[in-house]
Design a binder for this molecule. Sequence first.
Ligand code: PLP
Length: 366
Amino acid sequence: MPATTVPFRHLFGPGPTNPYPEATLALSRPLLGHLDSAFIAAMDHSCEGLRQVWGTSNARTLPLSATGSAGMEAAFVNTVHPGDVVVIGVNGLFGERMCDVAARCGAEVVRVDFEWGTPVDADRLAAAHPNPTIIAAVHAETSTGVRSDIAALGAVKGDALLLVDAVTSIGGIELRADDWGIDVGYAGTQKCLGVAPGLAPFTINERAWERRVAKPQSWYLDLGMLGGYVGEASGAKRTYHHTAPVAMVVSLAAALDRILDEGLADVWARHQAAGVALQAGLQEMGLELFAAEGHRLPELTTVKVPDGVDSARVRGYLLDRYDIEIGAGVKQYASSVWRIGLMGPNANPGSVELILAALADALRHA
Ligand code: PLP
């Protein structure tokens, strides 16, 4: 196969999902210059759409030209002063990554562990330290398929800033940054927003802005300079900071239009219905779910690999036979858990039927 020919795949994995058609089409349009007024309008439009999917009125809401991990890094590098106490709830891989990033920014990290497959508990996080600067958690843990209660964290954060990872929740499940007390949040485009990977939707409120680090270690992720990048939307004069990934921003704007046209509540309901149907179907097949009941994400379902079944063989069979990719488990669950994503355009009844039928076939024949 020539390197430029990309096979068609149904992506049911936790990785980059298939984009909404509108987002894909937008990627094929002629490129605009990054200072073209039409591009600036698209950027402003995407910032406004992001405010809606974040559930925020924060002026400083923008798509960082960066992956979700760089969004995480931007969140910490701009808010952690050396020696600050940062309490982090860890119930999976991305909470662990937060600890690493915060420590590199000079934080005194207070790590509070929860069993993988269960949510973080607000009261335990609040009790972990009397006076933290930041409390941080992952809303939707992609490594385990678990949703944590961010509103409960907001209710107990006290004087701390609440810093939240919404990479796998934004555009898929209820997310209300302002109502829940999120001060700083980062996300990714490749999950439920249904855009290619590579942008980090970011939001920061006035409370966090006033406490930010004056001169962060990172030049590129210094939010003080990025204000100029998004211009009026952030209350700053637009100046050159870096060359925007114009195609990605235009693609994001198209996906946000699609989501907001459908209606955010209806998009959440579509993800919920697909996830519930998939999880019921898997249990009817005799499979056991990994994430604790009552805390399961609809957009990312974790399933225990049945005893005696070779996880990699089944995944390989799905790929070869059906062009379907599902995810393996993470770390200690690499061969004992599967992760099935139903995100963005994949969250629909047809995808549920397809993956259930294909998995049943794979379990019989792989
Ligand atoms: N946080 C969560 C919850 C994720 O699922 C991911 C990626 O899958 C990230 C952070 C990191 O995002 P990226 O891979 O775009 O750097």
